[in-house]
Ligand binder design. Sequence first.
Ligand code: NAD
Length: 257
Amino acid sequence: MSLAGKTAVITGSNSGIGLGVAREMAKAGAHVVLNSFTDRDEDHALAADIAKEFGVNAKYVSADMSKGEDCRRLIVDAGTCDILVNNAGIQHVAPIEEFPTAKWDAIIAINMSSAFHTAAAAVTGMRERGWGRIINIASAHGLTASPYKSAYVAAKHGVVGMTKTIALETAQEPITCNAICPGYVLTPLVEAQIPDTMKEYGMDRDTVVKEVLLARQPSKEFATVEQLGGTVAFLASDAAAQITGTTISVDGGWTAL
Ligand code: NAD
């Protein structure tokens, strides 16, 4: 599958799934625009490394996805946005009565509203060029819930709903909008939770992974960032031109339970 000549903008892509998606897009021949809210040499170096490895154009644009104006500026600074991957996300876990309002606001802004702003800014250019793909990285928590994750579950369900609406608004154009719903993916974010959980439960790593982290993931295996990248590449391909307004679960069977 070739995405040669297309430009993919991936929010929150200096680590984890976003970086994995950026690499898979570049592997498929797309130029890539990486993003996070920092502006460090190592952020720009990630883009330079991708450009060198895959022979595509790659740049890093610093923009804070908690701010609507930054989300819209990202699309302008990208130059072209044929494939928009809304991936930036954060998490906070607390019971509803203790959930800090500032965390609620940040999760709703970064995990949900950013996708509204970037899509709103990108869709006009997609229409002008006659082709576009909007791919939102939601979550199994866009389809199901867990306790203590009120803001995250609300934001991810919101993203799934918005995905359907954008798909209907673009249905008669060569633009699609879909959401990917991953179960647990072994990113640095998840890896960092393992040592503490081992201590808390007095379990070894393997038992923590299978019985705590992957308790709801029937495959008992993490999804990988490469698998997420491959799913994004599929949704960007011609084979997926009639797939719009839906979700694809990459969750080892979580939502079949
Ligand atoms: P991660 O922490 O490795 O990556 C999150 C990315 O978002 C980072 O690049 C970070 O810099 C960026 N980011 C955070 N706040 C930002 C802001 N204000 N502006 C711009 N960028 C910002 O986490 P991840 O596991 O790779 O998660 C990526 C996405 O996948 C998130 O939306 C997450 O909800 C979703 N997801 C992850 C899992 C999982 O198990 N890892 C499962 C389901 C869904």
